[in-house]
Design a protein around this ligand. Structure first.
Ligand SMILES: Cc1ncc(COP(=O)(O)O)c(C=O)c1O
Length: 385
């Protein structure tokens, strides 16, 4: 198959939910991808913040290979060692919570929403931020603070109130006797890379304590080293009650995880929630391999340093009006059509992404080198000339 064949397949056999260029990728290694015509690309998208260790990292491949020759799936009617080990590791690395495993970010947030409902015992309102993104299932798109994601899917799931991002006043005025939780991304990803402010984060924790609300962090995109800390909340020193994870956790295999403080997690009972595939031994083995590399202070420091380096280099481009972000989750506002810039970069063998019309998003594999960053910047400079 060749890249040009994608058009007919898309037209005849795929639901048209994506708009993508006619490029057929066949191979990946580190921060590089190759298409069917053997053209190489430098990848600063990383499977949308998923391929945390780059493409086909030998440790991940080894873990997948070795687990898949032993046992691939049992369902959650039975235990597997990889799932148990991963749950223990996540507990020790976070706040001592218990994990529910599923297969995606939206599913992890669904699990959190169900747990909030059990906690609330009738108090069921969840506050989420304008501009947030929490997934595309019905409950998570209702939680999402962006009308464009919700358009056409009414009636939405009730029980969500959207507050101003980074405004404590807005949060406090939205809290009433029905409020049960606040769900927040430490850095809003899909709306253009907008980090929470430190005072806001600390203030939200205080508000949640005062009104007995749960503080739930959607770390689907920010987690697993992306922001230079294993979990972004660790960079703020604010402890949440629940976190949700997905993207980077298994380095490219589909996984979702909701980690809740023990007393909350124990509100679930057998069959109050479940997933056939969740916590499958192959994906859990891949996740253990990812954590064995990412959950090290030296690695995380390196992510912070490279993030600073990338931001500095971006600032040196005249068309870049503003840069922001944490670790290797970086946004840049530019003075022209970002989609066109993405297309021009693709043409020149560089993959970047534009979540909104004037914002470029950089979520490269965490193993990217400064030389690769320089290479990307010189292509970008050329395009933005
Ligand atoms: C913060 C956040 N939450 C949830 C999701 C949904 O994850 P998934 O696409 O795996 O369902 C995303 C995806 O981009 C995300 O960025």
């Amino acid at each position: 198959m060749k890249s040009k064949d994608t058009y007919n397949y898309e037209r005849d056999f795929l639901c048209p939910t994506y708009s993508r260029p006619p490029v057929l990728f066949v191979k990946g290694e580190g921060c590089r991808l190759w298409d069917a015509e053997d053209k190489g690309y430098l990848d600063l998208v990383g499977g949308l913040a998923v391929c945390s260790l780059g493409h086909c990292h030998p440790e991940i491949t080894k873990a997948i290979k070795s687990q898949s020759t032993l046992l691939i799936h049992t369902s959650n009617l039975y235990y597997t060692e990889a799932q148990l080990e991963l749950a223990k590791r996540l507990s020790n690395l976070s706040f001592g919570g218990k994990t529910f495993f599923c297969n995606s970010g939206a599913e992890a947030n669904e699990a959190a929403i169900k747990l909030i409902r059990l906690y609330g015992q009738g108090r069921h309102t969840i506050l989420t931020a304008k501009g947030s993104f929490h997934g595309r299932t019905l409950a998570t798109l209702s939680a999402t603070g962006q009308e464009k994601v919700q358009k056409g899917f009414s009636p939405l799931v009730s029980g969500f109130k959207h507050i101003e991002f980074n405004s404590l006043e807005s949060a406090e005025s939205a809290i009433d006797e029905n409020a049960a939780a606040i769900i927040l991304e430490p850095v809003q990803g899909e709306s253009g890379i907008w980090p929470v402010e430190m005072d806001y984060f600390l203030g939200l924790r205080e508000l949640c304590d005062k009104y007995e609300l749960l503080l739930v962090l959607d770390e689907v995109q920010t987690g697993i080293g992306r922001c230079g800390h294993l979990f972004a909340y660790q960079g703020y020193g604010v402890e949440p009650d629940i976190i949700t994870l997905a993207k980077g956790l298994a380095g490219g295999l589909p996984i979702g995880a909701m980690i809740a403080k023990k007393e909350l997690a124990d509100l679930f009972t057998p069959s109050s929630h479940a997933s056939t595939f969740g916590g499958n031994p192959v994906v859990c083995s891949a996740a253990l391999a990812v954590l064995s590399i990412v959950a090290n202070e030296g690695f995380l420091q390196d992510v912070r340093d490279k993030g600073d380096y990338l931001k500095e280099r971006l600032k040196g481009i005249p068309s870049v009006k503003d840069t922001r972000g944490m670790g290797l989750m970086i946004g840049a506002t530019i003075d022209r059509d970002a989609k066109k810039v993405v297309a021009d970069c693709l043409e020149r063998s560089l993959l970047i992404n534009a979540p909104t019309p004037q914002i470029l998003r950089f979520v490269p594999p965490l193993i990217i080198t400064c030389e690769e960053i320089d290479e990307a910047i010189s292509i970008l400079k050329e395009v933005l000339k």
